[in-house]
Design a protein around this ligand. Sequence first.
Ligand code: N2P
Length: 367
Amino acid sequence: MVRGRRLLLVAAVVAIVAAACGGGGSELQAKADACKVDEVDGDLSLYNWSEYIDPELVEKFKATYGVEVTETFFESNESMLAQVEAGGAVYDLVVPSDYMVDIMRQEGLLVKLNREAIPNLANLDPKFTNLPFDPGNEYSAPYLWGTTGIGFSYDVVDDAADLTWGLIFDPELSAPFAGKISLLDDEREVFAAALKYLGYSVNSKDEKELQEATELLKAAKDRVATFTSDSFEDLLVAGEVVIAHGWNGDFFSAFDEADAWEELGYGIPKEGGVAWVDNMAIPTTAEHVCTAQTFINFILDPENGAQLAEWNYYASPNAKANELIDPEMLSDPAVYPPPEVFEKLEFLEDLGDFATKYADAFTEVKS
Ligand code: N2P
């Protein structure tokens, strides 16, 4: 469905819901606006990426505030959006990436944050408080950030400095790894890899460039063992793949668990990759908006923020948390990329109606 039609549909649904409960969205907003610091108004339904929070932090939140936390998981921004739009389940808090925050706020799917209930917003690094997808953190608060690149076995790549997306897309270079390559099951990320290899922007709205990337992916597919966003790191550790497209922190957590730092590596290919920020946001399907804001404030606490980042090896957007994070992790260029690496990274952006073309092309690649 094109974005325009989807917008209309969402607008119609919002109008019906608003009529049915005499205020609907704005009633929920008024509730959120009235929440106090540390107030809870029921249990928390958390809809998050898989393996993205230390279970001990969830336990601490439950014990501190006397509420239950129900966790459900998604593997891509698009699948999360579909669930929220479907409205079949209550989610008090979701964790969309940058471009998806933009889409959701434009579609009226997010509740505005009440800054008075979330004083720990002040702990954020100013670099993360005015990003284009949500200027001033009106609808979202950053959770963690990271990069998308290639996890590899030192059996096939000597050095992270030699990385190129050609290991996946160049027929000759990638031939030795046929059947031992995995790609993320993610329409924007997979096209970002192909577009970067071709020297284009990850946010290309050029039909010809998208077509070229589609052909490249279709040709590479014979060598791809699987598209996965939740087991790429395990497949690499198990030796079932030797080249894996994926997210830095998930690789590092797996390397750590398997004590495999000597055998396995991660890096950003020389052509560049994706940088992303994931964010906490409250969808208009929420019921417990005070608990949700208390949870955001809890995560933005310096100690909790440091524990969150250290548990899964992702970088923290929280300046006060960074003061507490292990200096070794802070100085690790694979977790906190230095400016010369950052220069090669691009953030994914909302593509408006053009996004459907990526979705259709991804279906074509996978079919
Ligand atoms: C969680 C990885 C989420 C990062 N396992 C993707 N933005």
